[in-house]
Design a protein around this ligand. Structure first.
Ligand SMILES: Cc1cc2nc3c(=O)[nH]c(=O)nc-3n(C[C@H](O)[C@H](O)[C@H](O)COP(=O)(O)OP(=O)(O)OC[C@H]3O[C@@H](n4cnc5c(N)ncnc54)[C@H](O)[C@@H]3O)c2cc1C
Length: 483
């Protein structure tokens, strides 16, 4: 038992000390009652595996916790990182903290089902000991449930959601919290529990200091954002922010991104198609999918948003799935993209759209297979964004691509990797192909070391249309390829 009040901050996907409301609130409370702030992080490898969390994302989490421990030590705030097992283990951790003199818990809310169950088990325990829990809803700039239609309903279409979101931003602004107050006093010893294991360093290419990540975000808002509207669709260049992995584990907040964007590019934000406006739209897409997830928990249970599409009987050929996973489909842009994912843990957004569409509409494999594969590889794996992206591409989701608009992987490649530079980077067997040949290198024959196409796109799209019309009836919107 420690003879002073302990204000415990439970860090999860808010691994930062700037703009961390839970940490800030705890530090104020500790100052008021002469108590101390202690932060805890519980590594739960078994639960992470159940979520298909990619090893590289797990490593990023672990490395970030180590870096944050050092950063918080400059404020004399200890971060105790525990190696737990699964979410049930969290209750045990808090039992120990109660016995040490914990007087309040502070944490950022999470929306997924298992996480909500975990949090309610901990809340229940603490309430038995009259220990208050302060939840902060800070995963989004506009928390789920706060952007509604005039009838009080959730928006199921992005554009009006965005309009209302922007109106809320104009009315309320965006609030970022200062770093927690530094505290005085001798170090407090953590309980005798297993310290968090180090990661495997698979994410080593990604810096994990808050300083570097904030600088990356600021630099993007200062300069690259102005070209974003043009550059964001070109996978051969670094035209996007590459902040998704950091947003996913909370090294930075969406609030910080929006506040910085307003500071650096406020005039551009008033122009509809400017890079700054388009980037802000992407941050709003992130929030849209989180709002949808909270309003429709069936998504967490792997149901399609459009219930009729759950009736589609996907052929699910294992060999085709394997070819897709390995980047061996014979469609260069798809294969280069999958190799980018497999090699780096990240994939460009345009390519996520192309590969997802290809899996579902060319290979006729259930989108859930692809969703799961992405999750098991992505450094930025985020349930809401991943599920939203997959259901958009599969035409099963809210505001999804209509099913009869089918990406043509070859024309997409010609448009977005016109010179073939991206393909050449990941497929050495095509290195000598010209910009004209590289998108479809099979004429007259497939080059040595590359793969023959596993399907014919034109036939495949006919099958897709049949699969969808079988459950939806015939659409009158036209059937066309999207190049
Ligand atoms: C099939 C599919 C799966 C996806 N899975 C994920 C995922 O697991 N995690 C994830 O963070 N994003 C996912 N996305 C969205 C998007 O591809 C990535 O957020 C983006 O590529 C990350 O790169 P960036 O940080 O440079 O993004 P930028 O273009 O710089 O965008 C800024 C931020 O906005 C958010 N964002 C951008 N686009 C989207 C979008 N379409 N939906 C939701 N948020 C968006 C991200 O947080 C991103 O970091 C997925 C998209 C698709 C089509």
């Amino acid at each position: 038992m420690i003879n002073m009040p302990l204000h415990v901050v439970w860090l999860r996907h808010d691994l930062r000390y700037h703009d961390n409301q839970a940490l800030y609130a705890a530090s104020l409370a500790a100052q008021a009652d002469n108590g101390r702030v202690v932060a805890v992080f519980i590594a739960t490898a078994q639960s992470w595996q159940q979520h298909d969390m990619a090893p590289i994302r797990q490593d990023l989490l672990r490395r970030r916790v180590v870096a944050l421990t050092t950063e918080l030590s400059t404020l004399n705030i200890p971060l105790w990182a525990v190696e737990g097992t699964d979410y049930q283990h969290c209750v045990t951790v808090f039992q120990q903290l109660l016995s040490m003199g914990m007087v309040a818990l502070y944490a950022q809310q999470e929306y997924e089902l298992r996480e909500a169950r975990r949090d309610s088990a901990v809340t229940q325990l603490l309430s038995q000991f009259n220990c208050p829990v302060h939840w902060f809803d800070r995963l989004c700039v506009m928390p789920p449930g706060s952007v509604l239609t005039q009838q009080g309903d959730i928006y199921k279409v992005f554009t009006p959601f965005k309009r209302n979101w922007l109106a809320a931003l104009a009315a309320k602004g965006v609030q970022c919290f200062p770093k927690p107050l530094a505290q005085q006093g001798e170090p407090i010893q953590p309980p005798d529990w297993p310290a968090m294991q180090p990661g495997d360093d698979s994410s080593i290419a990604w810096s994990v200091t808050e300083h570097d990540v904030l600088n990356k975000m600021r630099a993007f808002c200062q300069s690259k954002v102005h070209d974003y509207a043009n550059d964001r669709d070109l996978p051969a260049i670094e035209g996007t922010s590459s902040l998704s992995a950091y947003l996913a584990i909370g090294v930075i907040s969406a609030q910080q991104c929006v506040a910085r964007l307003q500071l650096e590019a406020n005039n551009a934000l008033a122009v509809e198609k400017s890079g700054a406006s388009v980037w802000l739209s992407e941050l709003i897409w992130r929030e849209f999918y989180k709002h949808i997830l909270v309003a429709f928990p069936k998504l967490i249970k792997h149901h399609a948003f459009q219930a009729d599409t759950d009736k589609i009987v996907w052929p699910n050929a294992p060999t085709l799935f394997e070819a897709w996973c390995k980047g061996e489909t014979g469609y260069p842009i798809v294969d280069a993209a999958m190799r980018q994912l497999n090699n780096t843990g990240w994939m460009h957004n345009r390519l996520r759209m192309i590969t997802a569409s290809f899996l579902v509409k060319d290979l006729h494999i259930d989108w859930r297979w692809g969703e799961r594969y992405f999750m098991s590889k992505l450094i930025d794996g985020d349930f809401a964004a991943n599920n939203g992206g997959w259901q958009w591409a599969a035409s099963t989701g809210t505001d999804a691509a209509p099913y009869f608009r089918i990406f043509n992987p070859v024309t997409q490649s010609e448009r977005f990797d016109a010179k073939g530079d991206f393909i050449r980077r990941y497929i050495p067997a095509l290195a000598t192909k010209t910009a004209k040949e590289i998108h479809w290198p099979h004429k007259p024959i497939t080059p040595r070391g590359y793969h023959a196409p596993v399907v014919d796109h034109n036939n495949a799209r006919k099958v897709t249309l049949a699969l969808f019309t079988a459950v939806k009836g015939k659409e009158t919107g036209g059937e066309h390829d999207v190049g």
